[in-house]
Design a protein around this ligand. Sequence first.
Ligand code: PGA
Length: 324
Amino acid sequence: MVGLELSQQITLHQLKVFEAAARHCSFTRAAEELFLTQPTISMQIKQLTQAVGLPLFEQVGKRLFLTDAGRQLYVTCKDIFDRLSLLEMGIADMKGMKRGRLRLAAITTTKYVVPRLLGPFCQRYPGIDISFKVTNHEGVLERMAENLDDLYIISQRPDNPEINSYLFIENPLVVLAPHGHPLSNEKQISLERIAEEPFIMREPGSGTRQAIQQLFDKNNIPIKIRLEIGSNEAIKQAIASGLGISVLSIHSLALEGVISQFTILDVVDFPISRNWYVIYPAGKQLSIIANTFFEYLQTEGRQLADVAGLLNQLIGQPDKTPHP
Ligand code: PGA
């Protein structure tokens, strides 16, 4: 083999196996994903390691890590597979079809809206598969730093001119209390008064949490966090069962129909005005599919803005919803 270039020694199949193993940091999970046996994965990686001439993985305790050479190979692999998939989409487009995969990563609150957009999009373009990763603000930024997806939806635009962004829809944050809460009919409740209530807070890394913390910090008011929960849905359950109050995106009420179990408190400085942005790194070449979705969001997304307007009507009208 000595003297042969790497491209003559390695195969795309080996790279595919390596990419999956590196992404999961696990041969077992790569084997599951690729429907191969673990000895096959080990063999392919062994051959690839021999061709590269340096170890690609190292085992520390029970965990597998990439070596420096492995990390470089991983970046190269992702690049090769991204380009191949761009080529595939381009060819399908030349044949008059939209075919390929759209990879989206979005903050948790979008899960109430984005799936409703994806339905008609998938019907219009049946050849497009979608992966929709829902995580918190920090998680989305981490995915973008690793270039894992095509488009990202986030509330707080990173302060970076190297990012393209499009304001997609409003995302106001409101103070939510259980139905019949003693403050439900009060007007212009102060932040100090709210801070006396037991507060249910999202986990560190959440954009919702950051926004709440910023507002209270700006006013030098400490919040009494009674409970920390990493899920909007679980927070709603906790509010409904009387554990405390919280601040959530108004979209998290979208699926409630009438917000019978909750009341939106009329608090000074609320709703916190936020927006969802679709963003991607400025240097990134968007695939035809990602572009198609981006354009679709700009048209259908605007229609959804009306939904936000409707939801906005709920603000400041505590306990006007039918009681359960
Ligand atoms: P979160 O995102 O899921 O990180 O709280 C919501 C937001 O940033 O508005």
